[in-house]
Each structure stands twice: as structure tokens, then as C-alpha cells.
Design a protein around this ligand. Structure first.
Ligand code: GDD
Ligand code: MN
Length: 403
């Protein structure tokens, strides 16, 4: 009774057809992201066959970005499987591993979705237990954790990777103490999630840490954990690279900057670092013999450019598409310079009209123009324009956050 389906994104948006395949309530869709894993597919499907269908109705959905013959190998191996197997092959690996998982979550129709790696590092025998635990606890998310009693990271190769993983976990948990409360292993790539607990539309996955994305952006009400032993890779090598590490850091910053308060702090910190290029510029230009007034003006533009680049890449990364680069840069520069022009009259106003001393007046003016500049940057540079067709998914997210 095996059935195999091969689709490309867009084709598969027919939930009625797919739902009929795994009709049983409480059934699970096992979502497996794959990138060149042909040597692991047979073993993985074999292990799933041995341990899942007898305990829980299941289907397996591969979301594949491979450049090798993984999809063909899956098609072949699916012949022997007593459950439906589907491959979504993506021509463009948008969002990497995390993007693939979200694609799978959107396509899945059963009550539960279990996400697991395609290299047998995650034991399929745990799939029914993850779901059963979730059902019992009334949880929306069940994390398979290496860091609770009974779990271990046996298969994490080398001290270096163990140390990196530890540090990353610590950093992440410190950045999101509330959201990740009760999740000892936010880096895990093995978890079960209740269909009704995810709003896939608000997810903006970036690379490997899809559980983190889910936990922070659409945290299900109830979360539990089940211990597991991270196995050795069956075949092939990890696809994780140093570049993936950088992507992870960007992902962290992006998640942290999702709240307006955190964005304002980031905005202020970045603004403070702008003094550096500003002063260096001033030093260089006056040393080169330029009068200090034009030197001040030019040096200030260096600070503005520095701030703009950092803000674009760290704070408003996902909101850039509403205007083109020149439009954003122009508006940003205008606001930054307006800030300078506004400051003196504001100080004069505070001193003359409110009778403040020069120092508090200056401090108040600095804070006022800072807040104005932040609000202005949000509203005039990065807010989606009415009726402007950016990416609809992200736009709704922006609206949600702004609300
Ligand atoms: N579709 C798709 N696209 N799949 C990908 C991509 C991609 O760009 N990159 C990796 N994968 C697939 C791999 O083929 C594999 O099935 C799974 O994602 C995990 O990739 P690995 O390269 O084996 O990851 P890892 O073992 O280094 O890391 C795993 O363990 C970490 C915990 O230490 C992952 O589960 C991480 O998410 C987890 O944090
Ligand atoms: Mn792996």
C-alpha cells in the first residue's frame, strides 16, 4: 500500500487530496529536510518503517534542496514503505534548512508534525513517543532534548562542536529567557509540533535553527521535552559550515530585534558606535588641512553612512523590500541630518522657554531627537507602504509587530 508523490512547490497546495492520504486523527507527518543525503535515505526509511507505523499512522514528507540524486533515491526507496512518501523538491533553497522545514510544515495536514534530520542522527523510534507525550500533556510543542536526564549528545562530533553548541545554547537562552523557558535544547533539530499550534506565515527561518524560530516567534502555549541520544551520522558529512554559524548570529539578532523596544535599544547602540567613524573622519580631514566646519559636516556623513549600513543589516533586514536602496539611504540621511539641525533650536527652546540649564537642556534635546529619529526611521524608511506589493508574508508579520 505504498504511495509515492513527487511535487514541486505550488503544485502541492491541494490539501483535500493530501489529507485523504493520512486521514486518521492524531496521525503524524514526519518532515525531513534533505540536502544531498542519498546514502542515508534507505536506512532512514527502513528505521521509520520498523518503529513508527505499527504505533502511529504516519506519512513522510521530504523537503529536498539536493543537487545529487536524493529525490530519485527517495522515489525508489518509497516503493517498500507501508506509508505515503512525498518529496517536495525546491529549485531554490530559500531559507536553507529552516526554509525547507517551514515549507514542509505548510504542506502537512495531519494533527502532528515531527521534524527530523535525514542522516539518522535522530532516532525514528522516538517519533510515536514525542507525539504521545504531546497528547498526554496537552502540549503544542514537544522538544527532543539532549540536555535533560536520559539524553546525550553522543553523536556530536568532536570537542570543538560540543563547545560551540554549548556556547550557542547558553547565548540563545540568555537572549530569550522567557520565550525559551522550559526548553533545555533550543538548538535541537528534532521536535514534534501540533498543527494547530503553528502559524507558519509569521515564520522567517534563516538557516539551521528552526526550532528556535518556532519557539520565539510563535511559541505554543504548552511545551514539554523528551530526552534523546543524538546518534552518529549514518553516512556522509554534516552540511553545517562556518557560514552557517554567521547565519545563526544574524538569525539571533533578527529575532531579538523583533520587538520595538529591543529595536530602539539596538538603534541607540548602533548610533553610539557611529561616533567612531565620525571622529576618525574629523581627525583625518582636519589633519589634511580642511576647515573644521566642512570637516564636521563631511565626518558626520561618515557616521550616518556607518549607522545606515549597520541598521540595514542588523535591525531592519527583513523590512528593506518596501523601498529601494537609494530611497532608504536618502531618507535615512535626511532624518539623521535633520536631527542635527533640530537640536540647536530645541536646546534654545528648552533654555529660553522652560528656563532649563544648558546641560539638562542638551541632554533632553539629545533624547528627544533620538526618539524622533528612531520613530521617523521606522515609519518613513522601513514601514510597508500602503498598497505596495512587497512580500505579503513578511508584510503581515510587520503589521502584527507594529500593532
Ligand atoms: N532541504 C534542506 N536544505 N535540507 C538541509 C539543508 C538545506 O539547505 N541543509 C541541511 N539540510 C538537512 C540535511 O540534509 C540533514 O538532513 C539535516 O538538514 C541536518 O543537517 P546536518 O548537516 O546533518 O546538520 P547537523 O548534524 O550539523 O546539525 C543538526 O544537529 C544540530 C544540533 O547539534 C541539525 O539538526 C541542527 O538543526 C541542530 O541544531
Ligand atoms: Mn546531522
Amino acid at each position: 500500500m505504498s504511495s509515492f508523490e513527487f511535487t514541486v512547490p505550488g503544485e502541492l497546495g491541494d490539501p483535500a487530496v493530501r489529507a485523504a492520504e493520512v486521514a486518521e486523527p492524531g496521525a503524524v507527518t514526519i518532515v525531513v529536510p534533505t540536502f544531498n543525503e542519498s546514502a542515508n535515505i534507505g536506512e532512514l526509511l527502513h528505521r521509520i518503517t520498523e518503529s513508527v507505523p505499527s504505533r502511529l499512522p504516519c506519512e513522510v514528507l521530504f523537503v529536498d534542496d539536493s543537487t545529487d540524486d536524493t529525490p530519485e533515491v527517495i522515489a525508489e526507496a518509497a516503493q517498500d514503505c507501508p506509508f505515503p512518501v512525498t518529496v517536495i523538491h525546491r529549485e531554490e533553497a530559500v531559507g536553507g534548512l529552516g526554509g525547507a522545514v517551514v515549507e514542509g510544515i505548510k504542506a502537512a495536514t495531519s494533527d502532528w508534525i515531527v521534524v527530523m534530520d535525514g542522516d539518522c542522527q535522530h532516532p525514528p523510534s522516538l517519533v510515536p513517543e514525542l507525539v504521545a507525550t504531546g497528547e498526554r500533556a496537552g502540549a503544542g510543542l514537544v522538544v527532543a532534548s539532549r540536555y535533560i536526564k536520559g539524553g546525550s549528545r553522543a553523536g556530536l562530533a568532536g570537542n570543538y562542536r560540543v563547545a560551540v553548541s554549548r556556547c550557542a545554547t547558553w547565548l540563545t537562552k540568555s537572549l530569550f529567557p522567557r520565550r525559551l523557558h522550559g526548553i533545555s535544547d533550543p538548538m535541537s533539530g528534532f521536535f514534534a509540533i501540533r498543527r494547530s499550534a503553528v502559524t507558519a506565515e509569521i515564520l522567517q527561518p534563516l538557516g539551521y535553527k528552526i526550532l528556535l524560530e518556532l519557539a520565539v516567534r510563535s511559541r505554543p502555549r504548552q511545551v514539554t521535552e523528551v530526552p534523546f541520544v543524538f546518534q552518529d551520522r549514518y553516512a556522509g558529512e554534516s552540511k553545517s559550515t562556518a557560514q552557517e554559524g554567521l547565519r545563526f548570529l544574524r538569525h539571533l539578532v533578527g529575532l531579538r530585534a523583533a520587538s520595538p523596544a529591543a529595536r530602539m535599544i539596538g538603534f541607540g547602540l548602533i548610533g553610539a558606535t557611529g561616533f567612531l567613524p565620525n571622529l576618525l573622519g574629523l581627525y583625518g580631514l582636519t589633519a589634511a588641512g580642511l576647515h573644521y566646519v566642512p570637516a564636521e559636516i563631511i565626518a558626520n556623513q561618515l557616521g550616518v553612512a556607518w549607522n545606515f549600513l549597520l541598521i540595514e543589516h542588523l535591525l531592519f533586514r527583513d523590512r528593506r523590500r518596501h523601498r529601494n536602496w537609494w530611497d532608504r539611504a536618502g531618507r535615512f540621511a535626511l532624518l539623521a541630518n535633520l536631527d542635527l539641525v533640530l537640536r540647536l533650536p530645541l536646546i534654545a527652546l528648552f533654555v529660553d522657554r522652560l528656563g532649563m540649564g544648558a546641560l539638562p537642556a542638551t541632554a533632553l534635546a539629545l533624547v528627544t531627537t533620538f526618539v524622533l529619529r528612531f520613530v521617523g526611521t521606522e515609519a518613513l524608511v522601513y514601514l510597508p507602504r500602503r498598497g505596495h506589493q512587497g512580500a505579503p508574508v513578511r508584510e503581515s508579520e510587520t503589521a502584527r509587530r507594529a500593532a
